[in-house]
Design a protein around this ligand. Structure first.
Ligand SMILES: [Zn+2]
Length: 214
């Protein structure tokens, strides 16, 4: 597992300038290459701390923008071919996400490996691939002990139907409960690291798409 080192010396002015430039560069047309079924996931906790240090409003959109400004794509090992330093930014697609009970549209950045010509999406560790609901929402739902607690949890979340809540819970029992038991993984701050290490994907990710933690 490779952890990227953040450049905490970047001051607020420089960062806002970078975000502005990044925003304008996002006007490039969306391009979908044939091979685009890979993902890299960035740990969100370090970025959240960074937003507090520079006193910027903490939304998922802001955190994602900071991730793109600080991520060193030239240091990322390609999950497809294992080569380092061949990634370039390569268009985007939009997704709706619910994070901290707020629904936001996020432009998911793609990166392209010049070595194997495979495209990857950059996600954050608070995101569950193929789901608009954040990892914390998934965890709150799957930890409910009975129907009453599930109903109470659903009532406090908002932005989600009760059918979807039940669906997430059934997906957990079908695909993940046994996996956690086998590796003795518990719901603590190491959950994401241990799931990625054991299964090469995000917790509650249903499809077996290659997903690498960076
Ligand atoms: Zn590659």
């Amino acid at each position: 597992m490779q952890m990227l080192v953040f450049m905490l010396w970047i001051n607020r002015k420089e960062l806002l300038s970078k975000i502005k430039r990044r925003k304008s560069s996002c006007k490039t047309p969306i391009f979908f290459p044939l091979n685009s079924n890979y993902m890299v996931t960035k740990i969100i906790e370090e970025i959240k701390t960074f937003t507090e240090e520079i006193c910027i409003k903490r939304t998922l959109k802001t955190i994602y923008a900071i991730c793109l400004c600080t991520i060193e794509i030239h240091h990322i090992v390609c999950p497809s071919c294992g080569v380092v330093g061949e990634f370039i930014f390569w268009g985007y697609y939009t997704r709706m996400f619910v994070w901290e009970d707020i629904l936001e549209e996020i432009r998911i950045q793609r990166i392209f490996c010049k070595s194997c010509r495979v495209t990857h999406s950059i996600l954050l560790s608070c995101m569950v691939p193929y789901s608009r609901f954040s990892l914390s929402i998934h965890i709150r739902i799957v930890q409910c002990k009975d129907d009453q607690e599930l109903f109470d949890t659903w009532y406090t979340i908002g932005c989600i139907s009760f059918d979807r809540v039940r669906n997430i819970r059934s997906q957990y029992f079908k695909h993940w409960k046994e996996r956690l038991t086998v590796l003795k993984i518990v719901f603590d701050e190491r959950l994401v690291f241990r799931v990625f290490k054991g299964y090469g994907r995000q917790f509650m990710q249903i499809h077996a798409t290659i997903n690498s933690l960076v």
